[in-house]
Ligand binder design. Structure first.
Ligand code: GDP
Ligand code: MG
Length: 196
């Protein structure tokens, strides 16, 4: 089966890097010179999307999409989200307000998912570059379980996007959640399920 995972998060958080780290094919990217304020942050920025592919076991081919970082490519989000079965949200721990970034992206995801239930995992990057003492600030913000997935907690994992083991661990968390959802589907309405 062929399916997709969407990587989202602030510019510079590590989306492109993570896809490069894990992809089994050469990453298709559409990096171009940034012409606006994001140029101040990075020399190049992802203007449309990145795409990699991860082969999972003998049967699954997982497309890895990196969402564009610039607001004017916002419409891409909905298209990519529509095609994806799960989301990896990268938070750059060293940014001035990483919990604010988490709040922003969770809000965006909740709004755009419009009732669909997609598993989400958080990869906290750049912990080697400063920031809060530990990851509890994110877990405290999310509470348990986070409303975005309704019945699933959102794992928060320290991730260096350059490190294969870290990226694999993050994706393993996500695929385990998908697996659980398939084995134990949510009851679609009260009264059905056990005795249906
Ligand atoms: N120091 C450090 N650098 C990282 C980490 N994760 C990713 N990077 C680097 O951060 C830079 C920006 O990552 P990139 O994938 O282009 O960000 P994107 O805008 O989210 O696609 C790249 O040079 C990455 O190699 C990390 O945990 N620590
Ligand atoms: Mg990028």
């Amino acid at each position: 089966m062929e399916w997709a995972i969407l990587f989202v998060g602030p510019v510079g958080a590590g989306k492109t890097q993570a896809i490069r780290t894990i992809s089994d094919i050469d990453v298709v990217d559409t990096e171009a010179d940034a012409t606006d304020e994001t140029a101040l942050l990075k020399q190049n920025t992802t203007v449309a999307m990145d795409m990699g592919v991860m082969l999972l076991g003998a049967h699954d081919k997982v497309r890895l999409y990196g969402a564009p970082g610039q607001d004017r490519f916002d419409f891409m989000w909905d298209i990519l989200l529509e095609q994806s079965r799960g989301v990896v949200l990268f938070i750059d721990h060293s940014r001035p307000n990483p919990v604010g970034d988490l709040a922003h992206y969770m809000e965006q995801l909740t709004r755009r998912m419009e009732g669909r239930v997609l598993p989400v995992v958080i990869g906290v990057t750049h912990t080697d570059m400063g920031g809060p003492a530990n990851l509890d600030v994110y877990r405290d913000f999310l509470g348990e379980p986070a409303s975005i997935t309704r019945r699933q907690a959102v794992p928060v994992l320290e991730t260096d996007a350059r490190n294969l083991h870290d990226v694999k661990t993050l994706l393993l968390a996500l695929t385990s959640m998908l697996d659980m959802n398939e084995r134990f589907p949510a009851r679609s309405s009260a009264g059905r399920g056990l005795h249906a």
